[in-house]
Design a protein around this ligand. Sequence first.
Ligand code: 2P0
Length: 355
Amino acid sequence: AEEGQWVLMATGRSPTNIAVIKYWGKRDEALILPVNDSISVTLDPDHLSATTTVAVSPSFPSDRMWLNGKEISLSGGRFQSCLREIRKRAQNVEDEKKGIRIKKEDWGKLHVHIASYNNFPTAAGLASSAAGLACFVFTLGKLMNVKEDCGELSSIARQGSGSACRSIYGGFVKWCMGKNNDGSDSIAVQLADETHWNDLVIIIAVVSSKQKETSSTSGMRDSVETSPLLQYRAQTVVPERVLKMEEAIKSRNFESFARLTCADSNQFHAVCLDTSPPIFYMNDTSHRIISLVEKWNQSEGTPQVAYTFDAGPNAVLIAPNRKNATLLLQKLLYYFPPQDNDLRSYMVGDKSILS
Ligand code: 2P0
């Protein structure tokens, strides 16, 4: 900022979230309205999160954004939607110490600078848009003294990236698809907070750090247009599965939680394969991890660990306790020795990171 000009700043941090009932397919591309409900678990912010600082000053001639220190274009419609929706709800702000007074009608004339950092490798193909957009909306809302509740903020974050609406809350979160055409009821709600199921340990096995070939946005568009399985999944399978998953989370029933999580990940990837042309997100290593877990679970007669894969080959593994998490890490290290593989395991939800 130029000398004599003030700058007002706010900083926030949002973790990413992992869907256990997947979002895949939109019924409205512009508003980002999904074809089915989804459920996710928000990770511990110490590991996979975005930290964003937003600044406003009369000396900024335009809106600008930097991601991990590199300037990126803000011309995309989605960032603009979030910025517009938050600006609309901006309130008066007073900072007595700095002698700054911004009237709500003045926010439209002020430009913002946004700097966002991910505390994990962006190139690792781990959902970063969810954390980034949720953090941006939340922090900008703070800076502009927006009074709306989390449901309303989730609906704004949704317009930045669908999965971002679930990162507004910690713990277990459901994104309700809603019925309205204007998106007013397509919001996220918290099912249980982060203390509800403390024993769960989440391990992310980074199979490949290459960027994915098919973006989620274009992949799900192709699936909606061409996959008959997607229609069946959205209308018949997911509604029932969501009810069972809510029950499993409420009662901390790991067996049911694990079976539903694995089945839903597999069906999501089946929809990808049912898309024309087919989309392959998992690779050979992903498939070997699934086999390892399935064999272990079968030999014990009950699930020991759940797996889920998003739009990439990396495995998200959920253990019911530290004992199973340790056994899982031993198996991963045995079958995928680090010197032969690109596979690294991150232990999330705990202080230690294995890499
Ligand atoms: C999910 N994924 O529920 C699913 C599972 C990937 C696989 O949400 O177009 O980046 O920005 O709404 O949110 C990825 O989709 O797509 C995603 P847009 P988004 O987590």
